[in-house]
Design a binder for this molecule. Sequence first.
Ligand SMILES: Nc1ncnc2c1ncn2[C@@H]1O[C@H](COP(=O)(O)OP(=O)(O)OP(=O)(O)O)[C@@H](O)[C@H]1O
Length: 319
Amino acid sequence: MLDIANLSKCFGSLRALDDLSLRLGDGEIVGFVGANGAGKSTTMRIVMGVLTADAGTVTWDGTPVDAASRRRIGYMPEERGLYPKMKVAEQLTYLARLHGATAAAARQASEQWTERLDIASRRDDEVQKLSLGNQQRVQLAAALVSDPDLLILDEPFSGLDPVAVDVMSQVLRERAAAGVPTLFSSHQLDVVQRLCDRVVIIREGRLVADGTVAELQAGAEPRWRAVVDVVGEPEAAVGAATAMLAGVPGLGATAEPAPAGARVTVVAGGADEQRLLEAAQRLGRLRELGPVTRPLTEIFRDALADPAASPAPATAQEA
Ligand SMILES: Nc1ncnc2c1ncn2[C@@H]1O[C@H](COP(=O)(O)OP(=O)(O)OP(=O)(O)O)[C@@H](O)[C@H]1O
């Protein structure tokens, strides 16, 4: 387990990290989410020893992370780190050797990952001659060639086409199944939602939420949706629904023409759906009533954007 505990880091008067803690269990894929400047890269750089924390610790299986243990980590830095004039295969072989692989194993890993990430035909090209997306694939291969026990990836999906996103997601799932955990930052919330076992959200260097996708969804404000067939014009039906439910949080109503009049969809927030049910029955013929599951992208956006609207940290881990 990687245990990042109580990290704080200031750059001059700017507090980039403020008592930030998070853990990464064996085989877990954890998405690290936060607005630009929230502190994701700073956290990863501290784990990798590129920066020193003002306070806090980083341990792996109970031992402070040091230069030797970092050789077992596959790291993709935000600033990237390829040699532009070196050929793809040469570079990957060299990086695997730096992590302690034998010459034969390094060559084999270079071949394996260029194949897997669909850049085999570019093995003899200089990195600088590749498109940005293909350079990104080489960068991913660079994090994987040493067969690491832990992956720390700063925005690994940025710039990848959808096929490469799928391949990389599959690679991370396979590594996870073999017990290798991944911490990755991303602004691609749909990918985070699809891929992660757990999501850590930070804002201004502080933890906002830490939980599984299901926990984050369960912690969000409940919302309800009713669909009602009404006799009359759509606009009038929307007006009637809005008047009946005045004061209910998160109220929204839309209507479209239907054979017998209008079909109205009403969405309302709050813990109790009874008021929506009663209003729907008074309006017309109730066709559907049920909870609305908010997409994670919406939950993330609320947590990232509005400090007052964010829930208290929902922590899935023991204290
Ligand atoms: N070397 C540095 N010197 C001064 N300020 C820095 C330095 N590195 C980071 N910062 C500041 O620390 C804060 C956190 O930056 P960081 O790069 O960790 O954010 P991030 O969450 O990775 O953002 P992004 O999503 O844009 O990559 C920012 O305000 C940034 O300007």
